[in-house]
Design a protein around this ligand. Structure first.
Ligand SMILES: [Zn+2]
Ligand SMILES: [Zn+2]
Length: 387
């Protein structure tokens, strides 16, 4: 179906009628299929996907379902395309869009939110009260691409203009896919946590969010920034990204060491990215009285928590979902200023046609994979067709 007349296009970026897209069937089953190219609505643009980073949450969704939610239920066999950490090029503008132009390189935030609930009105659109309500008679227009609407493992996706972040010309496609990860860390530390320069931070777990958490904390002026984990090679990357101290929890008593490094009192913030069974209790022991614990990992079990300790010590506890309050724009600004080198966490690149192999690298951490990126191999063909 050709695009309607009220959609702006440009001859340099030919938009085909159909596209290749990975579609989720049964749990763990992906197939490369033809889908119609989606049409942007009001306040939306069409993005040609150039690169997508694979996230641990993609693996959760593909194998188990949540936090994806399609038509009020699990995402299986619903013609759903996952993938949420993508960047690309704007190739068509929906009606009334003049905030962006065709040809601009952008990276994306995942959540657009409904725009009409209390949390969306506060800028906390990742906690939209109408999460997943975008179908049938409960259509509130909520979008979280790759979670509740089609995502980036495809040639094209529709994005609300509020989810777009311009990318610096010097930033590679691969690096641009990491902006949203840094934006999530930023949201946890500043917008939700209220971190100011000179405060101290422990980040537990050197996965992508943890590593970006250490980098962003340092760039924000935190002092000291302490990163804990079990793999020396990842801790070393954390040090290069800005951690002042790294602690391998296999070799040292992590609570004792954190207290030693902070004059016996503990840190102002713990960002828990490890999801370890005792992670929360350990975080409570590492944070100082009146300090804050940001929970950023999904543990597999519900461990027992020493609530009395949290109460006695006035410890604040908050979960973080995604990248609210436009924190992603501020993260991009740090990366644009080269305040840290996010490319240190990008380890592998595959063609999007090799998505299954790329997912295997991410899941099994083949060759110490941290961030695996897939690139759109059809971009070249588009260009030839346009000439
Ligand atoms: Zn993610
Ligand atoms: Zn909302």
């Amino acid at each position: 179906m050709p695009l309607p007349n009220n959609i702006k296009t440009n001859a340099s970026y030919r938009v085909p009628d159909s596209m290749k897209a990975w579609v989720l069937g049964n749990p763990g089953e992906l197939t490369l299929e033809d889908k119609p190219v989606p049409v942007p609505g009001k306040a939306e643009v069409l993005v040609r996907i150039d690169a997508v980073a694979i996230c641990a949450t993609d693996l959760e969704i593909i194998h188990h379902g949540p936090p994806a939610q399609i038509q009020g239920g699990d995402p299986f066999n619903k013609n759903f395309t996952p993938g949420h950490e993508y960047m690309g090029t704007i190739v068509a503008l929906g009606p009334s869009v003049d905030e962006f132009t065709i040809g601009e390189r952008v990276t994306v935030e995942i959540h657009a939110g409904c725009g009409q609930c209390k949390r969306c009105r506060q800028g906390m659109y990742t906690s939209c009260h109408n999460y997943g309500k975008n179908y049938g008679n409960v259509d509130k227009g909520h979008r979280a691409n790759g979670f509740t609407t089609d995502g980036g493992f495809a040639q094209y996706a529709v994005n609300n203009i509020n989810t777009l972040v311009n990318v610096d010309d010097e930033m590679s496609d691969e690096e641009a896919t990491l902006v949203v990860t840094a934006g999530t860390a930023m949201y946890g530390l500043t917008e939700l946590g209220g971190l100011v320069a000179g405060e101290s931070v422990v980040v537990t777990g050197p996965g992508p969010i943890g590593l970006m958490g250490a980098a962003v904390a340092k760039a924000l002026g935190a002092q000291p920034v302490i990163l804990t984990g079990t793999r020396d090679n990842r801790l070393e990357i954390g040090r290069q990204l800005g951690a002042d101290h790294v602690i391998n929890v296999r070799n040292e008593d992590v609570v004792k060491r954190v207290r030693e490094l902070t004059g016996g009192v503990g840190v102002d913030y713990v960002v828990e990215c490890a999801g370890a069974p005792n992670g929360l209790n350990e975080a409570a022991q590492m944070v100082n009285r009146g300090g804050k614990i940001c929970l950023a990992a999904f543990p597999n079990s519900s461990p027992e928590v020493d609530v009395a300790y949290l109460v006695r010590n006035n410890i604040y506890l908050y979960g973080i979902r995604g990248e609210g309050k436009a924190a992603t724009h501020r993260a991009e600004a740090f990366m644009r200023q080269k305040r840290f080198d996010a490319t240190l966490i990008h380890t592998h690149t595959f063609d999007m046609t090799d998505l299954e192999e790329a997912l295997r690298y991410a899941k099994d951490r083949v060759e110490d994979a941290i961030k695996v990126v897939v690139k759109n191999p059809w971009v070249q063909t588009d260009r030839i067709a346009a000439e």
